[in-house]
Design a protein around this ligand. Structure first.
Ligand SMILES: [Fe+2]
Length: 347
């Protein structure tokens, strides 16, 4: 039975069934029923805010876009850079060296290569970063792609360092983030990202099936951190080098990508280190939201932001604080993941 199902999931008929029937139907249910409140807030937000879009607008069906010379991101990276002095970075590099990974993780007994600097930042700087993440133009672009108002998923200010004698491993191998139906990630270089300090590589082609598509030949018997990853040589057999792109950039640039839909890999520093800010916009049904709740009306990524703040607009309050318990009690994220895994087209 399992083999029969697998065979069906590799056929063109299955691909077209998903593309023209099931995926549009699911998309309608996802937007209007599962994310009912997010849809209403989005429609209200759209009525109030009207933006003229230029030709490179991400649009409804494109799962990635490179942004260049954005004033919003340039200001943000300048502020962050002012706070990253040599002494602080030296301490953080030492912390990477001290970090250990438990048994079962692929980095057990191996040196770490990354640390999240965000928890060590000053709360006032965190507040400024979150305010930039809530910029109306950014929210407009994110919500137009999703078709609903997002909620704040997670934020990470990653410092990655080169490790002698290592090669691409873990999230440096090709994968999608299997946490839900749709998401938007912003990858924002805080300092120059070039081909020697861990650029993000991505599949250029738009993936119309999104979460309902999977490439086969993932790593067998994976350890934690290696699940659903595809080795670089293996991926080349499916997608030629010409169909992939590296995001190289300077402060002020950003890559906007749906990491649930678009295959990607990154963070392998060949010879120098990388500092990159990542901001994820999810919806409440993403499984990645399960451990991201706020407590006592205080936003988990900045304790200066509170739910009773009169200055926050309705959509900002929704983004920072809407975490509907009913979705988690009914185990909707788990059920939806099961549906994507059961039905996805295998290539
Ligand atoms: Fe990823």
């Amino acid at each position: 039975m399992r083999d029969f199902l697998l065979k069906i999931k590799r056929t063109k008929i299955w691909y077209f069934f998903l593309l023209f029937f099931f995926q549009p139907l699911f998309n309608f249910i996802w937007k209007n029923i599962i994310n009912f409140k997010g849809r209403l807030i989005y429609l209200k937000f759209k009525r109030i805010n009207k933006f003229d879009k230029n030709s490179d607008y991400l649009g409804k069906n494109k799962d990635k876009k490179i942004i260049r010379d954005s004033k919003i991101f340039k200001n943000l990276t300048d502020k962050i850079n002012q706070n990253l002095d040599d002494e602080f970075l030296k301490k953080m590099r030492e912390k990477i060296g001290l970090r250990t990974y438990d048994k079962g993780h692929y980095l057990n007994d191996k040196p770490g290569f990354t640390i999240d600097l965000y928890p060590y930042l000053d709360e006032h700087l965190k507040k400024e970063i979150i305010h930039s993440a809530l910029n109306t133009e950014i929210i407009d672009e994110v919500s137009t792609y999703l078709g609903v108002m997002p909620v704040f998923g997670k934020i990470n200010l990653g410092l990655n360092i080169p490790v002698k004698g290592s090669s691409e491993r873990g999230s440096m191998l090709w994968h999608k983030d299997d946490f839900g139906f749709k998401t938007v990630d912003f990858f924002i270089p805080i300092r120059e990202v070039n081909k020697y300090n861990g650029p993000l590589h991505f599949h250029k082609k738009n993936n119309p099936l999104g979460a309902f598509h999977k490439f086969e030949n993932i790593i067998k018997n994976p350890k934690r951190g290696e699940r659903n990853k595809i080795k670089i040589e293996e991926f080349k057999r499916k997608v030629s080098d010409e169909m992939t792109e590296s995001f190289l950039g300077m402060p002020g640039d950003a890559l906007m990508m749906d990491s649930f839909s678009c295959y990607h890999r990154g963070g392998y520093c060949e010879s120098s280190e990388r500092i990159m800010l990542r901001i994820c916009y999810h919806t409440p049904d993403s499984i990645d939201m399960l451990n991201k709740k706020n407590s006592n009306g205080v936003f988990r990524y900045c304790n200066l932001l509170k739910e009773n703040d009169q200055n926050l607009s309705f959509e900002k309050k929704y983004i920072l604080f809407y975490r509907p318990n009913i979705i988690y009690k009914l185990k909707i994220p788990e059920f939806l993941l099961f549906v994507y895994r059961l039905l996805h087209f295998k290539e």
